[in-house]
Design a protein around this ligand. Sequence first.
Ligand code: CS2
Length: 494
Amino acid sequence: MSAPRLSDRTLRAARAGVALPHYPREAVEVGVVHFGPGAFHRAHQAFYFDRLLRSDRRWGICAVSLRSAAVRDALAPQDWLYALAELGEESRTSVIGALREVLVASEHASTVFSRLESPDTRLVTLTVTEKGYCLDPGARLDRSHPEIAHDLGSPRSPQSAIGWLAEGLRRRRAQGIAPFVVLSCDNLPDNGRTLQDAMTDFASEIDPGLAAWIRREVAFPRTMVDSITPASDEPLRRRIEEEIGLADAWPVQREAFTQWVIERSPQLPDADWESAGITIAADVESYDRAKLRLVNGAHSTLAYLGLLRGRETVQEAMADAPLARFVERLMREDIAPSVARSSSGSPATDAAGYIDAILRRFRNREMRHLLAQIAWDGSKKLPVRLIATVQEALQAGRPVGRLAMPLAAWMRFVARQAQRRVPIVDPSADRLQRIGSACSGEENRDVPRFLELDSVFPPALAAQKPFAAAVQAAYAALSDPMAAVDSDELHTRV
Ligand code: CS2
């Protein structure tokens, strides 16, 4: 017989050893509206709000999914409860109670608006992935993006996260309600400013007064979020059912390590953020630079090179000794010099120690993190994770041969997917499919086609001969991916 379903009613029957919400859930108020209730939000921000709720009941979450009903349908019968497995040397499982509701925006627009308008809503947080910001290559709003074009035409019935935020803010302003604080929790450099720019670009098209008000009154503190969150799978569901003795349709898992840094801002509501484990810092820049370039840059490198070398998970890629050595050298010799030094106690002050910790995290044996998950959306991830580092290296006169390897590996990966007719998960999938299908394996024909993608490679970079030559050399070497990462000569040549 299968276990009873997790819910407020059955929670008391959970097995001993599982951490349960230590607060009366019925007293929890909604103080946060969150866009994008995927696994990362539920494993990360919701975990921190769950901790805050132990002593402050204002921080319940109304989670909004723009279109998909999957999370809502899985969690509704569970009173929005779900299990979080933290995986490491000492794994632990807890039940998170911070979600108060999950709304599907396209079905319940008026409820979403009433949450956005409520003075109790003090924070709006977002995890909508890089592509959810609808940005152009210059990191400004892409007005030709179909959802943005729709929302500019019908701003009262939005489809994009930007459109929802703008309409929520417009309504608050019209009613004289102070704005909420907006926290972007996606892996974008200067995510707060980037979102604020996109919001003002949007608002200036529909109402310049609103745009000026957003600039002046709405705080968009910068954040850095970090915790490796493999997608939920059937073994996790089974494991959780066994551990807690209750069935959970959609538990989540992440590594035990987790970090959330939020920029200090006078508008940030008063709360005991630090006791929940959140770091409030004046300088988030050095944190997010180090995190995006080292954690995410190395992750994408492992993904593309690992997949070409027949590996399936991060753990397998790290057990592939030449590949692990390559990634370590890339981090220490090529990326670390571009990670700003700071006096604020951020990880950047100790790049070597930070890298040691990342390598340990990648080797976490309790996790099964698919390289294919990291490989998604490469056209949006590479500019932030690796290309910015390449540009700085070239400016500083450092070699870029090693940094060119993951870029060339991405090209080979795209070509392989296209030629095997495996769908490419990427907002530029159609274009990548066309380029990939036309690839012949010859570096001087294939690489220039990819370098023409100006949303990935800034034209001024693509035009630099040493850069194009380094990518071509790496691409040629990757005709034999097993030998490629061992060839040292390649990596030092510019
Ligand atoms: C990963 C990230 O899927 C990916 O692209 O690189 O999700 C990574 O696990 C997190 O940013 C770690 O904080």
